[in-house]
Design a protein around this ligand. Structure first.
Ligand code: NAD
Length: 258
């Protein structure tokens, strides 16, 4: 597949999970990719394995909550790839606790990584995309950005912010050649979900299988979603055609057939 040949993409939180899978899918679609993650120890392996498969892949350590580091990322990605056509705001983090047990610092951390990081990265690429009259921004929100769930108030609020930001930027993008969309997955089979299941096991004493089932039941989800179901939608939203969607919130909840 070479639908994105000649295009250049930045993917945040690309050291593992959905971010690493998106970087791989965009590279396989023909794009040059710059992978960002907080530290270089894991992201370097993902970038090197893409390079070994013949793709143009770069990496840059960047905490998306650090405004200066985000500007450095954008500068480095432009230097490496020539321009930035695609931004996938994937970096995110989650935690779960009843309201009374969420310290302010934890609320702020969840808001900063998921919501403020998305704002900072989008703002940093926006001018360049506007000048080149072309850009694709895809935000990795969550089903938690569209509805509420027990014990995940900070994450739910942060992902609602990502969805609201997506809607507002899609409106701002009209006529510019830029599109802004979001994917809203339910629980995906990734290390982040593994950590959620481990927390349930720790707090309830349930087995891994029972904990997974209770997480899925609480989310009204029949099964875990495969990463490929998410990456497929992200690649579609990065579509180079003039008919590319704008302002779409793509729900991926496993309710359709696999
Ligand atoms: P993950 O924990 O496996 O990966 C998250 C990535 O983000 C990692 O590479 C991590 O290093 C990076 N990251 C975290 N904080 C960062 C920061 N401050 N700066 C830069 N990078 C940072 O998670 P995942 O499951 O692959 O999730 C990826 C995205 O998908 C997140 O935004 C998450 O909220 C969202 N999401 C995940 C699920 C799920 O079930 N796993 C469901 C819906 C949405």
């Amino acid at each position: 597949m070479t639908g994105l040949a000649g295009y250049s993409a930045v993917i945040t939180g690309a050291s593992r999970g959905i971010g690493a899978a998106v970087a791989t899918a965009l590279a396989e679609a023909g794009a040059k990719v710059t992978l960002a993650a907080r530290s270089e120890d894991k992201v370097i392996d993902v970038a090197k394995s893409l390079e070994a498969s013949g793709h143009e892949a770069f990496y840059f350590p960047c905490d998306v909550t650090d405004p200066l580091r985000v500007l450095d990322l954008v500068r480095a990605a432009r230097e490496a790839m020539g321009r930035i056509d695609i931004l996938v705001n994937n970096a995110g983090t989650a935690s779960s606790s009843p309201l009374g047990r969420i310290p302010l610092i934890e609320w702020q951390r969840i808001m900063d990584v998921n919501a403020t990081g998305t704002f900072l990265c989008t703002q940093a690429v926006w001018g360049g995309m506007t000048d080149q009259c072309w850009g694709r921004v895809v935000n990795v929100a969550s089903i938690a950005g569209l509805r509420g769930g027990k014990y995940i108030s900070a994450y739910t609020a942060a992902k609602h912010a990502v969805v609201g930001f997506t809607r507002a930027m899609a409106a701002e993008a009209v006529g510019s050649g830029i599109t802004v969309n979001a994917v809203c997955p339910g629980y995906v089979d990734t290390p982040l979900t593994d950590e959620t299941i481990s927390r349930v096991m720790h707090h309830t004493g349930k087995s891994r299988e029972e904990s997974l089932n209770s997480v899925l039941e609480e989310a009204s989800q029949a099964r875990l979603i495969h990463m490929s179901e998410v990456t497929r939608e992200i690649v579609r939203l990065c579509n180079a055609g003039s008919d590319a969607p704008n302002g779409e919130l793509v729900v991926i909840d496993g309710s359709d057939s696999e």
